[in-house]
Design a protein around this ligand. Structure first.
Ligand code: ACM
Length: 533
């Protein structure tokens, strides 16, 4: 048994008695302020998101030159692929060869085993069991997605560099919410696919399973559309501040979607409408009510552009665009924006959104829209993304609550909690502050289940959480990562772990991620109230 650390004594004793550790670990009961900085939690207490149930027990499995990753059942290509990806992720830090072989028979638990068990209990569709003992580590799940998430937990149980030992113990884990998302705005500033893949890797590591891409806005159109080529070619050729912008080809987009899918991250594409469309209006004069194309726009105002609601050509346009986008999208959702349509009269807005939602349905997809759709006529099954904040008007929240009670699932992205472009405090250089500052603690310390309960939203309406990163002021990878990290880990924790928020325990687990973030050269914000090593 490893050396007991003082702050973990209580937890490990509970563990030896066979008690559930995660509850106490998550509460961080005995973490006095005086000893916080000195003591790093033991591996099972460092996990982020914290698993639903953890039991540390006995000696663990030392990875070595002979360690093999075994996948089963034989012939299950997807499980084998998950095993190959895990091997790839572990080879760098461990320096071990980690060959992958199919088949579990006769191995008696030797090595790292990935196995599907359709009857595994307590793990749901995305969860897993992890068992570590001297002969090996067994990961069990009902689905390959569950095995992938198990692999990410395994990575966190090993040191950031070197081979190390997976400590002895068992985890049974499953997420609280099905939807655990991050949004990236590549319209205000363009980002290349390689940068977004890097973000996908970082998200998947913490079990975030959705990447919402804000592909179009006033300042740029970032995805190629064959039937309207000037959207990307001309409309993509600018960005905030007057830079060259850019766009992704369809092949690049497919490549990103496949890369994300291999990591069990679903890509939700957004074409924002009927507002936020200056890049489209600038590309095609015929989309404008007066037939005249405006200039491209490189500022950061919102709410000044609108599609021409009365024109048939507008609906041919959205049919073409959403049809091509649906064909690129294996996932179920298409996001059609619907926010800040300040230049579209309310009746026009509702009429337009009726037609746009019908187009999404025609292509077999489910609508996601910003919560302003609640005040119009959300289509059956449409998902609303709430981006209000503490000062949002009661009437606006009431409309969202009415939609939720009528069966519309909600994604919660409160701007004063989860907007990653809000500054941490007055000293933060990039970012905005219209919803207030969002310190690391504020991003984490709230409960999505009860967040809108006061407005009448039932917890059962909450599909999940998403942290948007708008890029009006963010143009570089260091700035992007500085704003996302470490707040995105708070999103990961809220989305996955079912325990009530507990800053003391969470902040210690967050601090323990520092060497891992450093190993990835992530320029994260070292919040002063987190006990970083
Ligand atoms: C938004 O922040 N306009 C959704």
């Amino acid at each position: 048994m490893r050396v007991l650390r003082r702050t973990l004594g209580t937890l490990l004793v509970l563990g030896l008695l066979g008690g559930c550790l995660s509850c106490a670990a998550a509460r961080g009961d005995d973490a006095g302020p005086g000893d916080r900085r000195a003591e790093a939690p033991a591996p099972y207490e460092q996990l982020l998101p914290a698993p639903a149930s953890v039991r540390a027990a006995g000696p663990g499995y030392p990875l070595g030159p002979g360690t093999v990753i075994r996948t089963g059942p034989v012939g299950d290509d997807e499980v084998r692929r998950v095993g190959e990806l895990l091997a790839e992720q572990l080879r760098g830090p461990t320096g071990l060869p980690l060959p992958v072989v199919e088949g579990l028979e006769g191995t008696a638990g030797a090595g790292i085993l990935l196995r599907i068990d359709a009857r595994a209990e307590g793990v749901g569709e995305e969860g897993y069991r992890l068992e570590s003992a001297p002969r090996g580590v067994t990961l069990t799940a009902r689905t390959p997605a569950g095995l992938f998430h198990a692999g990410q937990t395994l990575r966190q149980l090993l040191p950031p560099a070197g081979a190390g030992t997976v400590p002895g113990g068992q985890i049974t884990d499953a997420p609280r919410f099905a939807y655990r998302g991050a949004m990236l705005d590549i319209a205000r500033h363009f980002f290349p696919v390689e940068q977004v893949k890097r973000y996908v890797d970082q998200l998947a590591r913490y079990k975030v399973n959705t990447l919402h891409l804000h592909l179009t806005d006033d300042q740029g159109w970032r995805i190629a559309v064959d039937s309207w080529p000037r959207l990307a070619e001309y409309g993509g050729g600018s960005e905030v501040g007057g830079g060259p912008g850019g766009h992704w080809t369809k092949d690049q987009y497919r490549d990103l979607v496949a890369y994300a899918a291999a990591r069990y991250v679903d890509v939700v594409p957004e074409i924002d409408m009927p507002g936020h469309v200056n890049a489209a209006l600038a590309s095609y004069a015929e989309l404008n009510c007066d037939g005249k194309a405006p200039e491209r726009y490189t500022g950061i105002k919102v709410g000044f552009s609108s599609l021409c609601v009365g024109k048939d050509r507008t609906y041919e346009f959205i049919d073409d665009v959403l049809g091509e986008l649906a064909a690129l999208t294996p996932g179920r959702y298409l996001h059609i924006g619907g926010d800040e349509a300040h230049s579209t009269p309310a009746a026009d807005y509702a009429a337009f959104m009726d037609r746009a939602q019908a187009v999404v349905g025609k292509y077999g997809k489910t609508v996601v829209a910003w919560h302003q759709l609640a005040a119009a006529r959300p289509a059956p099954g449409a998902v609303l993304q709430y981006w209000g904040h503490d000062k949002t008007a009661a009437a606006e929240k009431a409309a969202v609550a009415a939609a939720a009670k009528a069966g519309h699932p909600l994604i919660l992205s409160p701007a004063d909690r989860l907007y990653l472009d809000m500054k941490y405090d007055a000293t933060t250089k990039p970012g905005l502050a219209w919803a207030g500052y969002v310190p690391v603690r504020r991003a984490y310390d709230w409960d999505p289940g009860t967040y809108l309960a006061g407005s009448g939203v039932p917890a059962s309406a909450v599909l999940g959480v998403e942290a948007p990163l708008w890029t009006e002021t963010i143009a570089t990878r260091p700035d992007l990562e500085f704003m996302a990290f470490p707040r995105i880990l708070g999103l990961a924790e809220l989305g996955w772990n079912p325990a009530p928020p507990d800053w003391s325990g969470y902040s210690r687990r967050l601090a323990a991620q520092a060497p891992r973030l450093d190993a990835e050269s992530i320029t994260y914000y070292r919040a002063p109230d987190v006990p970083w090593p």
